[in-house]
Design a protein around this ligand. Structure first.
Ligand SMILES: [Zn+2]
Length: 280
């Protein structure tokens, strides 16, 4: 496959070891205007406000399933001496290093897309802790009211963190039919249903949000791959969409449907054994 600056950027992000989110967060933290918040317990995030009046929030997560924070608590493999070697074969990226872990395209492929869109005038939000309880997103919702309100003053949110080639998901966020039609018309992607969750489920209180396919498969397994042409297709689709004027998509009712689920999750988090966290 002929390389391009977009593919170079993708491979660069996939080359970052998947056992720490810090190198990704630090990279975004260096951008002009960035508001980085580094917190223990996988609650870090980097928010970079956009400049356009009609801006959208673009969301991706820096942590992967193979983060040492998670593995060290579940008797997972010791990653410290493990090799991570992404390799491009045709239009497929594979991981040819240690067999005990995968590529980390979930969600480094989404982070690479945000990097390519950093000068689009839209806002960027790179989270940590998505894989276990959307921890940064939850922290923003409960402890960073100014940022939470600001995010919900955007036109809507796009998360780039979905398996496959052409799905979209709005989960249980109470989005309008108009928003679904807008997404379908501009992407040609199909609704993949309501199950599971990701950061936008916690972040969207007053505005709509959608998660789009970015071409990864078999995530959370060592057989994880990324299809570069599918990733490029979503990148080009989103890039072109975001060049156009963006209409607002407020939610008809606030996104409180998640509350019951949230309480269950909080109870689980509260009873889980965790090292003491630093105080503010
Ligand atoms: Zn993900």
């Amino acid at each position: 496959m002929k390389t391009t600056p977009e593919i170079d950027c993708l491979m660069e992000f996939l080359s970052i070891r998947p056992d720490s989110s810090l190198p990704v967060l630090q990279r975004f933290a260096q951008l002009d205007g960035s508001c980085p918040v580094f917190k223990r317990g996988k609650r870090s995030f980097v928010y970079i406000p956009g400049t356009r009046e009609d801006r959208v929030v673009l969301v991706a997560h820096a942590d992967t399933f193979w983060d040492w924070y998670y593995l060290s608590r579940s008797d997972g493999p010791d990653t410290r001496l493990m090799k991570h070697e992404p390799y491009l074969d045709g239009d497929v990226v594979l991981q040819m290093g240690d067999e005990e872990w995968g590529l980390g395209a979930d969600d480094r492929a989404g982070c690479a897309m945000l990097w390519l869109l950093k000068d689009s005038g839209h806002s960027l939000l790179i989270t940590d802790g998505e894989e276990h309880g959307q921890r940064a997103a939850h922290y923003i919702r409960t402890d960073c009211p100014d940022i939470y309100r600001e995010l919900n003053r955007h036109r809507y949110m796009i998360q780039l963190d979905r398996r496959g080639a052409s799905d979209y998901k709005t989960y249980r966020i109470p989005v309008t039919g108009e928003f679904r039609r807008y997404v379908e018309e501009h992407t040609g992607y199909a609704d993949a249903g309501y199950t599971s969750r990701t950061d936008i489920v916690r972040l969207c209180m007053d505005v709509a949000g959608v998660n789009l396919s970015i071409g990864y498969y078999n995530e959370h397994t060592p057989a994880e791959i990324l299809r570069v042409n599918e990733w490029l297709h979503t990148y080009e689709t989103v890039r072109k969409l975001l060049e156009q004027p963006q209409p607002p998509f407020p939610l008809p009712v606030p996104n409180l449907l998640y509350t019951t689920d949230l309480l269950e999750q909080l109870e689980k988090e509260r009873t889980r054994e965790e090292p003491p966290e630093d105080a503010d």
